[in-house]
Design a binder for this molecule. Sequence first.
Ligand SMILES: *[C@@H]1O[C@H](CO)[C@@H](O)[C@H](O)[C@H]1NC(C)=O
Ligand SMILES: *[C@@H]1O[C@H](CO)[C@@H](O)[C@H](O)[C@H]1NC(C)=O
Ligand SMILES: *[C@@H]1O[C@H](CO)[C@@H](O)[C@H](O)[C@H]1NC(C)=O
Length: 387
Amino acid sequence: MFKFLLFLALLFLFTQTNAEKNLVLFQLFTRHGARTPIHKLPNDDAVWYCENMMDEAPSFDQSSTEHLPFIFRRVFIMDSGEYLGNCTHGQLTKTGSEQHRSLGKKLRAKLIDTGFLDKTYNPDEVYIRSTDVDRTRQSAQSLFLGLFDLPVDSFSRQDSHISKIVPIHTLEKSNEYLNTNGNACPLVEWLQYIMKYDQEYLQHEASLADLKAQMKKIFKTDDIPALDDIADTIECRIAHGVSLPDGMTQEHVKQLEDEMFWQFNFTYTYKNLSRYALGLGLRDVLQEMILKINGLTTIKFKHYSAHDTTVAPLMYIFGVQTGQPTYAAHIYFQLYKEAGKYFVKLEYQDQPIIIPGCKDVYCPFQKFYQIAMDLIPQPYYKACRNF
Ligand SMILES: *[C@@H]1O[C@H](CO)[C@@H](O)[C@H](O)[C@H]1NC(C)=O
Ligand SMILES: *[C@@H]1O[C@H](CO)[C@@H](O)[C@H](O)[C@H]1NC(C)=O
Ligand SMILES: *[C@@H]1O[C@H](CO)[C@@H](O)[C@H](O)[C@H]1NC(C)=O
């Protein structure tokens, strides 16, 4: 009997806490999906084929595609670019777009099946923000298709139930603050420069001599890219099942991955670099929460589509040592309401994170506000130029 009562009590507690914490705002940061390389290896003979997933409507009609007679597609001329095939460097591939579509589908269960968002795209609820780079805009598009369960070619489908232009809000690259950008914050560039003269960095560099010598042997040249650039290109190959360069072993791959981790980990724990790199990204997150709490916005879902150099500093700000985030890596900033009080829950790769300074994964908003305000450098632009 007692056991049964205990069970009821527990059930009550359980349903209480679960039923009462209502999601009111979901903010998502992602790294783009798998892409072609940015750095060419010596004698690079890998072939890359890309579907171009960015069909564009003629730009005269800003509201609807319903009566458009045609759309345009960019096609890269075969074998005439930097790589063999028809991709440009750093282009989102089909694999990359599928990674974002499946993330969108996963979020559909969390955000649409629960009734949190309207079943079809509602511009009053959904806000998309992206860096102005093809692969991040395309990643945002792919996630959108997964979220609203739309076919990949919905744009050209006659029976499609969506015929709206979906805005993707962006900034000019020179002042984009959603990634590590020395243009937007010169202090970041300065820190990235001086960290290379830090004793620890120099010692680490010295320890790489052997790996560098092996890479020179594999590529049969002394003129090799930086090890983390090689690592990045190898990551692209592995993601697409493209074979490793001749002579490269799994052990080399492991060493390159470790080097990539080290570079990210050193950079984003160096002085306050992460806070300067993504301080304004965090400010945007906080601002959106404040608008929501004060009933000043109808937005419920905000997607910031960006880079590894976005996701990493944003998590390092909160003490999570991510190394280089994987393709389609994701961060959730969730705002919940319970009995008139607000709570923030942070997740990285679907793992709840206890924000340093909070007792629980559900951090009271007031506490989160104080923590975030201390982490955002202020006054930001002055600090970025005053060194
Ligand atoms: C690139 O080439 C592949 C293989 O021939 C082809 O399937 C694909 O449609 C091409 N991409 C574009 C945008 O034409
Ligand atoms: C990452 O960097 C921090 C700060 O330099 C260091 O304390 C930590 O051990 C590093 N993490 C790993 C896994 O190497
Ligand atoms: C980082 O910022 C904190 C708080 O603003 C400051 O106290 C600290 O001195 C800074 N650290 C470095 C290494 O600049």
